[in-house]
Design a protein around this ligand. Structure first.
Ligand code: PFF
Length: 459
C-alpha cells in the first residue's frame, strides 16, 4: 500500500494488508544512512565497543519503548502525529506540541540528511567513472574533500536527491518504492556481508574487530551517553512522530511490541554489518577511526579496491545505499507534508513542493558547511553539525521523553493495555506490564539524566 498521511475519516483510512508489509515499511524508515554512514562514524569517534554497548542499552530501554508507544498511539487515533496528540490528549492540554516539534525535527534532519544522500549520489557517479577506487588514504581523502569543498557539486547533488524524493512522493509511487526496498534490502545485506568478509580478511583487520567488539569503558564520557541515546532515537525514527503516522496504518490485530522488537534488532544487525565492513578497513589501511562524517566515504572505496570486480560492486553498493536512504527520506518528508495538508488545507502536490523547496533552501546551509560557510559557526558548530546535533541530541530525546510521559501518566495503564492487547485478544500481559513500568519510570528518568548530563546542565 502507499503511505498517505493526509487526515482521512477513520473508515477510509488505508491499512497495511499483511504483517510483513508492516515490518518492511517500518524497517524502510529505520534503515538508512543512520546504519551505513552515521553508526560507524559515531562509534569510531566515541570509543568503539563501549559506545556500541551503551547504544544497545539505549535501544532496549529507550528506543523500543518509545517506538511501541508511538505505534500504539498512532493506531489508536488513526491520524498523523499532531492530530493524534489532539485526539488522545485531554482538552486544552498542549500535547500537540510534541507533534509540532516533530515537524521541525523532520525538517532539520532532512536539511543535513539530504546532503549525506547527495554524497552517496555523487559517489555512484564517481564510481561509474572509476576514479575513486584506491587503498591509498591520500587518494580517497582527496576525492571526498574535493566533493564537499566544492559548493556547486554539494548543492547540485543535494537538489538531485531532493528531486528524486519529491518525484517519488508526487507520483504516488511510494508503493513501488516499498516493493523495491523489500526486494533490494536483502541484496544490500548480501553486499554488506561480502564487504564485511573482505574487510575482516585484510591484513591487520583484527584490530578493527577488537575496536568494535572489545569494550574499553575508560572511553565513556557524559557526551558518549548523549550521542548513543541520540543515535538510538535517530536510528529507530522515533521521538518525532514518524512512527505515530506508521502506527495509524497498522491493522488492529497487528502485534505492536513484537513488530517493534523485530524492527529494532534487524536494524541493529544492519548497523553491525556496516561496522564489520568498515572498522577492519580503517585499521588495515591506516585511517583514523575518528575521521567523522567522511569515514564511510574513505574506507569503502579502499575495501572495494582490494576485491575482484571492486568497481562494479562499489557502484551497486552506493546505489543500494542511495535507495535505502530514499526510503528513510520519504518517511521524513511525510511529516511536514502531512502537517501542511492538514493545517493549511493544501493539496498533496502543493504540500510536497513547499516542503521540498523549503528543505532545499534550508538544506543549502548544511550543503555549504564544508565550503562557503565552513567558517560560519553557531555554538561552535557548522550548520551541518548544528542540525544533526540539535535533532538527535535534543529534540528527539525531548520528544521521546514527553511521549513516554504522555502515554504512561496521561493516557494510563488501562488504555495502553486495551490498545496493545487488541482489546484482550492477544495474551501479552507480561510484556505490557514491563512496558508500562518502563515508560512510567525507567525511560523518562534515563532520558532526563542523559540529557541533563550530556548537555552539561548537571554534572
Ligand atoms: N532512521 C533513519 C536512518 O537511520 O537513516 C533516519 C530517520 C528517518 C530519522 C525517519 C528519523 C525519521 F523520522
Amino acid at each position: 500500500m502507499s503511505i498517505e498521511t493526509s487526515e482521512k475519516p477513520v473508515v477510509n483510512r488505508a491499512k497495511f494488508a499483511t504483517g510483513l508489509g508492516v515490518l518492511t515499511a517500518t524497517l524502510g524508515s529505520a534503515v538508512g544512512l543512520g546504519n551505513i554512514w552515521k553508526f560507524p562514524y559515531l562509534a569510531g569517534s566515541n570509543g568503539g565497543a563501549a559506545f556500541l554497548l551503551v547504544y544497545i542499552v539505549c535501544m532496549l530501554l529507550i528506543g523500543i519503548p518509545v517506538m511501541i508507544s508511538e505505534l500504539t498511539m498512532g493506531r489508536a487515533a488513526r491520524s498523523n502525529a499532531i492530530a493524534t496528540m489532539q485526539k488522545l490528549a485531554p482538552k486544552k492540554q498542549p500535547w500537540w506540541l510534541i507533534g509540532a516539534a516533530g515537524v521541525i525535527s523532520a525538517f532539520l534532519i532532512m536539511a543535513f540528511y539530504s546532503e549525506v544522500a547527495a554524497w552517496v549520489f555523487a559517489y555512484i557517479f564517481k564510481a561509474i567513472q572509476g576514479g575513486i577506487l584506491s587503498t591509498d588514504p591520500e587518494v580517497t581523502t582527496g576525492a571526498f574533500n574535493g566533493l564537499v569543498t566544492n559548493p556547486g557539486s554539494s548543492l547540485i547533488w543535494q537538489w538531485i536527491d531532493l528531486a528524486v524524493v519529491g518525484f517519488i512522493i508526487l507520483l504516488g509511487v511510494n508503493k513501488g518504492i516499498e516493493g523495491a526496498t523489500k526486494r533490494l534490502m536483502p541484496i544490500l545485506l548480501a553486499l554488506l556481508i561480502l564487504v564485511g568478509v573482505r574487510s575482516i580478511t585484510l591484513p591487520g583487520a583484527g584490530e578493527g574487530l577488537e575496536f568494535l567488539f572489545k569494550p574499553d569503558f575508560s572511553k565513556l564520557t557524559a557526551a558518549t551517553f548523549l550521542v548513543a541515546m541520540g543515535l538510538a532515537f535517530f536510528k529507530l525514527s522515533v521521538g518525532m512522530g514518524t512512527m505515530i503516522t506508521y502506527g495509524s496504518y497498522f491493522r488492529d490485530d497487528q502485534d505492536i511490541p513484537g513488530t517493534a522488537i523485530r524492527v529494532a534488532f534487524s536494524d541493529l544487525a544492519v548497523s553491525l554489518l556496516a561496522g564489520i565492513a568498515i572498522f577492519p578497513a580503517v585499521f588495515a589501511f591506516g585511517y583514523e577511526p575518528n575521521s567523522g562524517p567522511s569515514l564511510l566515504f574513505l574506507t569503502i572505496p579502499s575495501v572495494f579496491a582490494s576485491m575482484p570486480l571492486g568497481n562494479f560492486f562499489m557502484v551497486i553498493f552506493f546505489l543500494l545505499t542511495a535507495i535505502a536512504s530514499i526510503g528513510a527520506q520519504i518517511s521524513l518528508v511525510e511529516v511536514p507534508v502531512a502537517f501542511l495538508e492538514e493545517k493549511f488545507n493544501m493539496s498533496r502536490k502543493m504540500a510536497t513542493l513547499t516542503t521540498i523547496i523549503g528543505i532545499a533552501l534550508f538544506g543549502s546551509l548544511a550543503a555549504l558547511s564544508s565550503s562557503t560557510l565552513a567558517d560560519v559557526k553557531v555554538f561552535g558548530m557548522t550548520f551541518f553539525d548544528l542540525f544533526d546535533y540539535t535533532t538527535s541530541n535534543i529534540l528527539l530525546p525531548l520528544g521521546g521523553l514527553f511521549i513516554a510521559i504522555f502515554i504512561s501518566w496521561v493516557w494510563g495503564y488501562k488504555k495502553i493495555e486495551n490498545a496493545i492487547s487488541n482489546n484482550g485478544s492477544l495474551s501479552n500481559q507480561r510484556v505490557i506490564k514491563i512496558l508500562y513500568w518502563s515508560l512510567l519510570v525507567v525511560t523518562p528518568i534515563l532520558i532526563t539524566i542523559v540529557l541533563l548530563n550530556g548537555l552539561k546542565i548537571i554534572q
